[in-house]
Ligand binder design. Sequence first.
Ligand code: GLN
Length: 562
Amino acid sequence: MSVRRTRFVFVTGGVLSGIGKGVVSASIAKLFQFRGYSVDMVKIDPYLNVDPGTLNPIEHGEVFVCEHVWKFEPARGFSFNIAEVDQDFGTYERFLDVNMHPSNNITSGQVFLSVILRERLGEYLGKTIQVIPHITDEVKRRLLSVAARGKPDVLVVEVGGTVGDIEAMPYLEAIRQLRLEMPGRTALVHVTLVPYLETVGQQKTKPTQHSVRALQSMGLQPDVIIGRSKDRLSDEARRKISLYCSVPLEAVISDPNLDVVYELPLVFEEQGLGRYLTELLGLSRAGAESKLLSEWRRVVDLYKYPRDEVVVAMPGKYTMIYDSYISINEALRHAAAHLGLGVRIRYIDSSKFEEDPGLMDEELSRVDCILLTPGFGSRGVEGMIDAARYALENDKVFLGICFGAQLLFVAFCRYVLGLKSAHTTEVNPSTPHPVVDLLPEQKRVEMKGGTMRLGAHKVHLKHGTRLYEAYGTSTIWERFRHRYHIIGRYVEKALEKGLVVSATDESGRIVNAIEVSQCRWVVGVQFHPEFKSRASRPSPVYRAFMESAYECKMLRKRAAKL
Ligand code: GLN
């Protein structure tokens, strides 16, 4: 494999998980983009799932969907489709505006499956299969094959979990070997928590020292230490980290709390991290290009200084953690920011509407618009359908995403067409009006992992619709992740009552988006436009949604004044 040019930056985590290692990794890659270098990202997930597609979003955050579907062939004669990856890839794409390939997400499930199946095929005849060298060799092969595919100047590799986790050991060992095999071409960045102890009024570096010890005990000496803390690191904390962890003072970097995450690359740049890493890796362009830097600064300012805000209600099932809907949250922010606005999202557990119908009016009348979320299964679904009904009956600006679009159609059939028991067969398999049902090709599918309709597909937009107006073109590519779809037979009846099919698949037969002609802006899309929204380039649908919501807000304000 020819990867002679590619430099590798490995990013490990210490002390705690959830301290924003994904944002740090993306920001590091951005520093290289500021210098005109091409970048790609790998995320290593030490869990045994083959991909995160079957993981519950409450347990693991959102599942991100790539543009392409990868045919993963762990061994001769075996193959699995993979397009579902860790949510960190969303962060990477939003920061870098580069589409990531699904094979850039390396899981222990994939690595072990490959080695074990190859053993059965006889590829290691006579040998005892062991973590070292067989698992570590497979990890190295996977890393090098990502570099060989895209030939980036720099490949940033984020190792999931924290140093010291049993599951992460083989990866750290593989990284140790790669560093030995590629002298001068790798850097190791360790991201750790530096807590502030109120009682003594100090930032404490001991947890950092311990986690660096753990790294060193595996033969890994970090080149850079990034300290995650509420405020910037004090000089004293930096000096201690430098001395006790054997890292030059200039390579101890602050990662303070920020209101706008997209500012982190600028905060790193200002501390000299871009120059430090570039020189360490023997790359010649040590200084950032001022044009690229100021372009990003302009983007960040859009988020920092909104002139007004839009309030979005998100009735749904998973309302526990921000991460369950991170791409949607960010897509709303991108769209709003590019209109000079901020967003306030009100997460509403839709099962509450089922218990107390009066609550819905109270909650939804106060917001500027409603977004109905993607989802699976039946919890909270009646409340979500009621929210769609509310939008239809009160002409509220509304966007339904995937499941949200399907439930909009259910509400339309129930309350506009009068088919009282209309439903999706996902929730009620014996409904007399199955207005949403399995895609034809899904009827025979039994395995759950990687078998949905996934990845980007071509979508045809109908001229004169709100969706067409948003995109300004008749063919687009958007990403999908579903098994069910809106049934054409019922659509025909709905057309007479004002429903509009604004997008279909290539054949023209599968409905990809609907809208309601008598409403100001009620749109449901079967695809997930949030996966293609970028900090610097919002998704057209989200932008149109935010624009309509803001117009509505202004109209209401004016009406209230009269
Ligand atoms: N559960 C629905 C389906 O499989 C919707 C999925 C989604 O919202 N991503 O079609």
